[in-house]
Design a protein around this ligand. Sequence first.
Ligand SMILES: Nc1ncnc2c1ncn2[C@@H]1O[C@H](COP(=O)(O)OP(=O)(O)OP(=O)(O)O)[C@@H](O)[C@H]1O
Ligand SMILES: Nc1ccn([C@H]2C[C@H](O)[C@@H](COP(=O)(O)O)O2)c(=O)n1
Length: 521
Amino acid sequence: MIVAIDGPAGSGKSTVARALAAREGLTYLDTGAMYRAVTLACLERGVDPADADAVAEVAKAVRVSFAPGDGGAAPRVLLDIQDVTEAIRTAEVDRAVSAVSAVPAVREAMVAQQRRIAEGHDVVAEGRDIGTVVFPKAEVKVFLSADPEARAWRRAIEREGGDPTAPDAKVHDKKAYKRVLADIKSRDAQDSARDTSPLKPADDAVRLDSTKLTKDETLDAIAALVDQRRGRSGESRSSTVGRSGESQSSNPGQKALSEASGGKKGKTAKRPKKADEPMRAFHCDFDDYFDHGIDQWPLPSRAWHNFMCGVVYGFTKLYWPWVFEGGEEFMEELARRDKGTVIVQNHVSMVEPVITVVWGWRHGVHIRPVYKKEFEKNDLLTWVFSRTGAIPVNRGTADLKMARRCQRAIQRGESVLIYPEGTRIREDDKKAPIHGGFALIAQMARTDVTPMAVIGVRAVTPDNKLPARPHHVWFKVGRPISFGELGVKGRRQQLDAMEQRAMDRVWRLRAQLRAEHPGEW
Ligand SMILES: Nc1ncnc2c1ncn2[C@@H]1O[C@H](COP(=O)(O)OP(=O)(O)OP(=O)(O)O)[C@@H](O)[C@H]1O
Ligand SMILES: Nc1ccn([C@H]2C[C@H](O)[C@@H](COP(=O)(O)O)O2)c(=O)n1
């Protein structure tokens, strides 16, 4: 298996690639170190980094390789037989490396060496062109980015001898931070603008923005992609590619997406805003509402939420008289515990999420529906969604941001409402593929999945058009399903089993409702 991680300086590629290699038993390949080693060779030989021909000669003459680091430390970098691990990390090399790595002959020589190193191994390789050029058939491709400010903040702390992953990490020298920021921006510009193998995401790379993620969160996201890939292909952990980068298997086709940082880009050396910080009373952005518990919202927002839920509750009760069979037991169960649950329902119209949210509200339970980001046609709509407690998802993507938000909500005691069918299903014979993200969220939050079914809603908008008509609506609430009761071992296997079990229950509950209310859909 080849895992390709590309991205700009300081986005966390080396940190995550090293940890992934240790966790998954992969060979770690730091291609940036190779370009740095050639740059050092040029500087040591008095070759001007701007002299492309002379630089090319050096690249062809040297051999860069890696030796294992002591006791699990990062691998040592060898320039021919010289250990240059520390020497390639100087500011002088930093300044010259973009020019050296832009020379086509240098790239040709390094790519050949990189493919040779990977031959016969399972590899996690990181750099700028791994998914696009070096291993275009890599099984997992990630484009890891972060705001330049966050990357400079990390590097500046690192240079002050601190640990940017520590919770209380701070930049002391603001001037040095600004210098690092300028350097990062200039390197980004050079690496992205060069003609040969510029820094850019492969079309089939999963994009991950680590600005607001911790190191572990970033690692978990990429490890989940590796798991997914291994689970899907049934490949064993020790499998290898036949020849370097020429595995016959295709890419999962994961689309670019998710994880837009969303937060405002700071101009100063401030730590990126975190979801667990208290919410400000004023000037909150949409992310604040998605990231925080409804009980943590500022008073006016909570008052508005209560007012709207009250109005909608009254209206729906009168216009679409609805009942939740088994609802009282469910609410009692939730009241006994401190964690929420993942609710999954069949999806027929826009009515069922609205009723489910106000039903929860009436019982003092915050149910946060997950909605397609495509619905955010304008700021007004996003405002409405954010103030109802809904959480957006980038569909067709590994939307880790949504998964984390849901995980945190559940851990706070809120529940999330997900429609795994993805789209509204209005015909019996229409089977939609199931989006299994709900099981992953339940696993991340260490909670259960509660199946529910709804009928009666099709008659509300029979031809799928407004105005909505009055009609009875019936819900049936199933017993929460825990991972323990599935009797399956292994993370991936548990997810598959949960997806299947939960949706089977939803459909069975729906069949029961239909039997109880003949002619209703
Ligand atoms: N998600 C994260 N949150 C906070 N700090 C992080 C995160 N990921 C990495 N870091 C820290 O940021 C610094 C830069 O990370 P790293 O060296 O892995 O970046 P990189 O993308 O490999 O950069 P380069 O391409 O310049 O080698 C390190 O100190 C690392 O510990
Ligand atoms: N595959 C790669 C890896 C690195 N480079 C260049 C661009 C960087 O500025 C430089 C140093 O990389 P880092 O150690 O910061 O990851 O090397 C490249 O062109 N292609």
